[in-house]
Design a protein around this ligand. Sequence first.
Ligand SMILES: Cc1ncc(COP(=O)(O)O)c(C=O)c1O
Length: 473
Amino acid sequence: MSAITAASATAASATDTRSPLPVLGRDVLVPLVTGGEVTYAALDYAASAPALQRVWDDVAAYAPYYGSVHRGAGYLSQLSTDLFENSRKDVAAFLGCRPDDQVVFTRSTTDSLNLLAAVLPHGTRVFVFETEHHASLLPWQQREGVEVGFLSAPRSPREAVETLDRALSAWRAEGPAEGGSAGPALVCVTGASNVTGELWPVRELTEVAHAHGARIVLDAAQLAPHHPVDIAASDVDWVAFSGHKLYAPFGAGVLAGRADWLREARPYLAGGGASRKVAVRVREGVGGVDVEWHTTEARHEAGSPNVIGAYAIASACKALTEAGFEGLVARERELIARVREGLTEVPEVRVLSLFGEDAPRVGVISFVVEGWNSSHFAAALSAEYGIGVRDGLFCAHPLVRTLLGGEPGDQGECGAPEAAPGERSLNAIRVSFGAGTPDEHVERFIGAVKELVRDGAKWTYRTEDGRCVPDRG
Ligand SMILES: Cc1ncc(COP(=O)(O)O)c(C=O)c1O
């Protein structure tokens, strides 16, 4: 990590007036393998976005007042408790929650979806497209008493809706479960793909789900940073997202939505904070504990809550709302158009898409370059141009397999394949951006792609610990 220690970092600058929301790290210098330094071009927002300057400032202003939440009698404890509970209200407002919805603070989207999986009523049937991120694909089958129906990759939003409709019709036709109905069902769907950036037809899928008596959870990890999410208007039952993708990297996430399954299930974690009343009883030498659990969000937030994480998310929600999604979306559309136009000018580049060229999307674009191993390409973008993108299968192996039209590289979760530079591409490169991305980053990226394809890498690279790195001899 000598590259990082050698880099000189300064605070954020807001020099690019076209970026509606300044982020931290815009003046960080990173070394180039070819010599010299360049400001880092963070184009991996889909993995983790830089912190908003506003979020950082809010957290810094609160830090001296930090105190224990929910338990302390002191002034700062009370202040922190208010801040934590007000953060919940701010997130509820940002998501357009219904009056009875709960907003549970979790660690991340993955944690939120695992929490929802844990509270599903026994016998629930879950429907999920195989194209989902692993966080939406995998939690359900961990639950005993829950069956999962995997839906095949649709090639258009319309096909997605039809596929779900067919699957839910078949489920209902299976006949009544105990109690006379088909039993509970849940559909889990992403709002925007973390691989293609394409928007999924959430409203239509919700209508279909509800028409069949199923509920729906929206994985908004990639949607919430780019588009408004309105629970009440879209009528989804739950929404999950992560702070670190929403410019608030302080280790918190959110599950928001219907209270009933959350209230009725066993607490996600057993412990302090989740329990209202606890008494140990011993009868004839046999012991047990009687517990009265909270029925509010606290039921699933046992332990000391991440007050700074929650506050950071609330701060980001307010900053995005105040900046206005209309302007953010318009600005992002310009960047998307510029990147796609630049990539189109390189015949060796193939952009990955499930729904086709015209599908509406957020600033997440994956591609492969003919004749290049994607890890090699990404390593050269970093080492020779100071551009941070991502390579791999993006924790969506089945989707990337579909898009690459064959078996991807043999690799672990989120890692890079064991492939030497120059071999056939077994994985993809992803460029992603958002609020705070200056034009220069996008222009540098397009210039770098063109130059690498035309002239090749200036340096040699080797595979080390499964990653492609510059060979420093
Ligand atoms: C669509 C989608 N869902 C879920 C996740 C998981 O988010 P986290 O790693 O913050 O739990 C990601 C992360 O990349 C994602 O892109």
